[in-house]
Design a protein around this ligand. Structure first.
Ligand SMILES: [Zn+2]
Length: 372
């Protein structure tokens, strides 16, 4: 490893060691403090937006020329899915060869960190063509409930949005993502003693079983629609016909029209047993991010910038995972995603980033900030 790589890995390790699961506002705010510290003394304006609903703060950085042109925006989330204590036990922050392991290093502290270094370089050099904005958010991993409006406001004022979610499959970036829907289903039946009064009961869990099979049956791989039930609960005791049950539904679609259709189908479900009440809430959370001609045009610019740095940039086919890029792309703002660090194991205890990918990815973001 070169000494430059060592310095970068050490600096990024400090970010990874600061644990910041979405629900731990103090930890997320600790990440915002690290951003604040990192830009001290540079010609960068910082705005800190206090968190709400128990979540962490947001930080907005602004730099570059003060002209009235639309900005180029970078967006990174600093929350992770890993609970506090993960780095002490299951996923210690450590370097093994070219791999830097740790909670959130790949999704997406590595990308956030390297993009901030690029942003700082361009701000210090005064080489931006447009005003630059950098938004750090606290709640992407739960669907961005408190940051969505800020993401959309900044998106509307931008000519391009660069999202630093992890790179894919050896450095590919993301130019299309499925839309994501979330639904909650609550069922209420009638309780009874499962031994002496079995026939009097109306099982909320049996009804849930019917509904779950119906919902999972809406999956259509050929059309890019998937539904899955991955959280479920209900019942009170092994000898009581259950009065209550609940489950949640995750739905992915490739087009906005399919999103509307799936909302209609899921919200319109009727109970199989008329004595069990069914309450369904929710809807599409992230609209699909489709590779429009404008997105393709922005990708061409990135491809040229990468060629200048010395690598061939590729994008990957539409991915199933949503991100904040879905929000800005759905507004028609050219958006590139997956510009972050390379590595693997997002959301797992084997999560790592490739240290050697920091330099080229950072150069790509710097080039985009100076070119778009
Ligand atoms: Zn992420």
């Amino acid at each position: 490893m070169t000494s430059m790589n060592e310095n970068e890995a050490a600096a990024l390790s400090l970010w990874v060691a600061q644990e910041s699961p979405t629900s731990h506002a103090a930890g997320v705010n600790g990440m915002m403090d690290l951003v604040q510290k990192d830009i001290a003394g540079l010609p960068i304006a910082l705005e800190r937006i206090p968190g709400r609903d128990g979540l962490g703060d947001m930080v907005v950085l602004r730099a570059g020329p003060g002209n009235s042109q639309p900005a180029v925006a970078v967006m990174s989330h600093l929350d992770t899915v890993h609970p506090v204590g993960t780095s002490a036990k299951d996923l210690p922050v450590r370097i093994e060869g070219d791999r830097l392991y740790g909670p959130g290093v790949y999704d997406m502290k590595g990308g956030a960190w390297l993009a901030l270094q690029a942003f700082k370089q361009v701000a210090a050099a005064g080489s931006a063509r447009r005003p630059m904005v950098f938004l750090f958010t606290p709640d992407e991993e739960i669907g961005s409930p408190t940051s969505r409006s800020v993401i959309e406001d900044i998106g509307r004022g931008s000519a391009a949005v660069l999202v630093t979610e992890p790179a894919r499959l050896g450095g590919k970036i993301v130019t299309a993502r499925k839309g994501v829907g979330r639904f909650e289903v609550k069922l209420e039946g009638r309780p009874s003693h499962s031994g002496s009064r079995h026939a009097d009961g109306r099982s909320a869990i049996r009804e849930a079983a019917h509904q779950i099979l119906a919902i999972e049956g809406m999956t259509d791989y050929a059309r890019g629609i998937t539904t899955s039930v991955a959280l479920i609960g209900g019942g009170t005791a092994a000898n009581v016909i259950p009065q209550h049950a609940w489950f949640s539904v995750d739905c992915r679609v490739t087009t906005a029209a399919d999103g509307r259709l799936m909302e209609e189908r899921i919200l319109g479900l009727k109970s199989h047993d008329p004595d069990v009440k069914l309450r369904i809430t929710g809807g599409m959370n992230r609209p699909p991010y489709e590779k429009s001609p404008e997105v393709a045009g922005l990708f061409e610019i990135a491809h040229k910038v990468a060629a200048g740095i010395g690598f061939e940039l590729q994008d990957c086919p539409m991915t199933g995972g949503g991100s904040d890029g879905n929000f800005t792309a759905a507004l028609g703002v050219p958006t590139l995603d997956g510009l972050g660090i390379d590595g693997d194991g997002a959301h797992t205890l084997q999560e790592y980033a490739l240290i050697s990918s920091i330099a080229p990815r950072q150069a790509l973001i710097k080039g985009l900030l100076e070119t778009v």
